[in-house]
Design a protein around this ligand. Structure first.
Ligand code: SAH
Length: 343
């Protein structure tokens, strides 16, 4: 797949390609810069290349350029949700958020998802396919071009399970942080996983400085299994061991995401047990009031219940934030915009 997809090639691979084509090696640097810094939409923009070379490139390679189908802007906080069409007609969504510390983009890593989390809209139709590295990168590139503003933070928290698309994810991270590309700091990248244990161990060995976020959502195996099928494969204690290993290897603390579902995982006992898991690992906890989807009957916890849950964690000296609900008025929950378009 990478052998035709020029925008998924590393600088070294691109140099090899130029050599093979009988071109000067420095052409690779020029082309890489057009693709990953100047964010060109096609070969015709690459005006310092001869027309002949541009034509040859066009014949030889595919050039990923996502088509923007729709942009919704929140009137509350300026959050923008983008719906993109891929070359094969599939749709993916990304979200652009403005914070005091910079602009953040939430990207999708797969078309659909096969993890089956009960509260999530992205998984309702299963997995369609993995996204290529260039398709992940281009979500950021198109948004950068359209907003005219630099993206400083990237979270892989849109549709899909990133560790279920491991090789493409790694290539994407390396290219996004490469000094020849947008050069986004690894520390400003967060990868969120539902908890694929072997993937966490593998990621720990990559020597990256990214943040790993674990979607925990429950403090007992029994409750977690009700919400997330993956919990039947890996127990919470196996997960905690993997998180400890990740921290030991990278020096980066894992953070926990915990979606509060009314009457399911939001009691004081839940908070106490959660504190028991997060405390030893020094984990930050991000509480997310569940975003109800119409296909399921889950409801948000009461505001008072959420506050009491947070207080309980803080009493146990856990670092906790309640996720600001950005873009509530524009189909906030992952996968909702895409689904509405499909039906
Ligand atoms: N597959 C990855 C990343 C995508 S989901 C993961 O599971 O972490 C990003 C986060 O949003 C996860 O914590 C996920 O559990 C959560 N999420 C999904 N649907 C949600 C909803 N309707 N309400 C609240 N959180 C949701």
């Amino acid at each position: 797949m990478i052998d035709k997809d020029i925008k998924s090639m590393s600088p070294e691979e691109l140099r090899g390609e130029m050599e093979e084509m009988g071109e000067k090696k420095f052409r690779a640097g020029q082309i890489y810069d057009w693709m990953h810094v100047k964010l060109a939409r096609d070969f015709s923009e690459m005006t310092n290349l001869s027309e002949g070379l541009r034509r040859k490139l066009k014949e030889r390679y595919t050039y990923t350029a996502l088509e923007t189908v729709q942009v919704q802007e929140s009137r509350i906080d300026g959050t923008k949700k983008f719906l993109f069409r891929l070359e094969d007609g599939n749709l993916v969504e990304s979200v652009w958020m403005q914070y005091k510390h910079g602009n953040s983009v939430c990207i999708s890593s797969q078309v659909g998802c096969r993890m089956g989390c009960r509260f999530c809209a992205s998984t309702l139709d299963g997995l369609e396919r993995n996204l290529t590295p260039s398709e992940m990168l281009d979500q950021i590139y198109v948004i950068t071009r359209q907003t005219g503003q630099r993206v400083s933070n990237v979270v892989v928290m849109g549709t899909g399970e990133p560790l279920d698309n491991y090789d493409n994810l790694l290539r994407f991270i390396r290219m996004l942080t490469d000094e020849n590309g947008l050069h986004i700091s690894q520390r400003n990248i967060t990868v969120s996983t539902c908890g694929i244990v072997p993937g966490i161990y593998r990621l720990a060995e990559e020597k990256l400085q990214i943040t790993l976020a674990l979607s925990l959502h429950a403090s007992t195996d029994e409750k977690r299994q009700e919400l997330m099928p993956i919990a039947k494969r890996y127990s919470i204690s196996e997960l905690m061991e993997a998180c400890a290993f990740y921290f030991a290897k990278t020096g980066r603390r894992v953070s926990f995401e915990y979606s509060l579902v009314g009457g399911v995982n939001d009691t004081q006992e839940d908070a106490q047990r959660l504190a028991g898991l997060a405390g030893p690992l020094g984990c930050h906890i991000n509480l997310i009031p569940v975003n109800p989807i119409k296909e399921r009957s889950f409801v948000q916890s009461e505001a008072r219940q959420i506050q009491a849950f947070k207080n309980k964690l803080e009493k146990n000296k856990i670092n906790v934030t309640i996720r600001r609900e950005m873009g509530r008025d524009i189909d906030g929950a992952c996968g909702q915009l895409r689904r509405r378009h499909m039906t």
